[in-house]
Design a protein around this ligand. Structure first.
Ligand SMILES: C[S@@+](CC[C@H](N)C(=O)[O-])C[C@H]1O[C@@H](n2cnc3c(N)ncnc32)[C@H](O)[C@@H]1O
Length: 221
């Protein structure tokens, strides 16, 4: 047995493994707009197929009645969350601050027949969260990376006990980012450290997509 408790020394090319696993995932919902079609918009990457598959499985298994997403973009992950939540009557709220993306997301959600399941909220998540009383059983944090840490406790407050906080892009600290995004590595490094020691959360980090952390809110908190 190896020092970290494994029976086999795993040696594979991580990129090749992800490409292989991506070929196993079902294609996401048919969208009216893709990032490429949104010409003139600075569109940041979506969660991608691996994290989309993880979200799909988590939502179908845990059936959260109320899901909150920070960072809608053009609605790729919102369609994934909504498609799964619609199967049992769950509801999704997703917050996006850029108006053209809000419209594209609404069009994508309508193309998927999810306009009654997913509510796109326009505005700055920092202000919207401050005025939000509702609680959620699952939160996807995929908004501005510099906002992750400042919003962490507010999101934990709004999570129900045993609820899940899913945080995308947690491997930015070890990725080669474009110069315009390099400062996000430090923001995500600080965020990961805060997750690791958070008294109200237990977290696991998965090296899929750009890295995803899954945190459960402790029942007693
Ligand atoms: C990585 S993209 C989201 C991708 C999306 N979750 C998906 O997988 O399809 C991040 C989005 O967060 C939005 N955003 C950044 N800061 C925000 C804020 N303070 N309030 C609301 N949205 C914000 C950006 O405009 C951008 O569209």
């Amino acid at each position: 047995m190896t020092a970290d408790g494994r029976f086999f020394q795993t040696a594979y090319d991580a990129r090749a493994a992800l490409d292989y696993l991506a070929s196993l995932h079902a294609p996401p919902a048919a969208l009216a707009f893709s990032a490429e079609e949104l010409t003139g918009e600075r569109v940041q990457p979506t969660v991608g197929p691996h994290v989309a598959a993880l979200l799909d499985v988590l939502v179908r298994a845990l059936r959260p009645r109320r899901i909150l997403e920070i960072g809608t973009s053009f609605g790729y992950s919102a369609c994934i969350l909504g498609r799964a939540a619609a199967t049992y009557g769950g509801q999704v709220w997703t917050i996006e601050c850029r108006e053209p993306l809000v419209q594209a997301a609404r069009d994508n959600l309508a193309a998927c027949g999810l306009e009654k399941t997913v509510n796109v909220v326009t505005g700055d998540a920092r202000q919207i969260l401050a005025g939000l009383d509702n609680s959620f059983e699952m939160v996807l944090q995929d908004g501005g990376k510099e906002d992750y840490l400042p919003l962490l406790d507010a999101l934990v407050d709004r999570l129900e006990p045993c609820g899940l906080l899913v945080s995308d892009d947690v491997l930015f600290p070890v990725m080669t980012l474009p110069a315009s995004a390099a400062h996000w590595a430090q923001a995500m490094s600080d965020y990961n450290r805060a997750l690791a020691v958070h008294p109200r959360l237990r977290s696991v980090w998965l090296p899929i997509g750009d890295g995803v952390a899954i945190s459960v809110k402790l029942d007693s908190q």
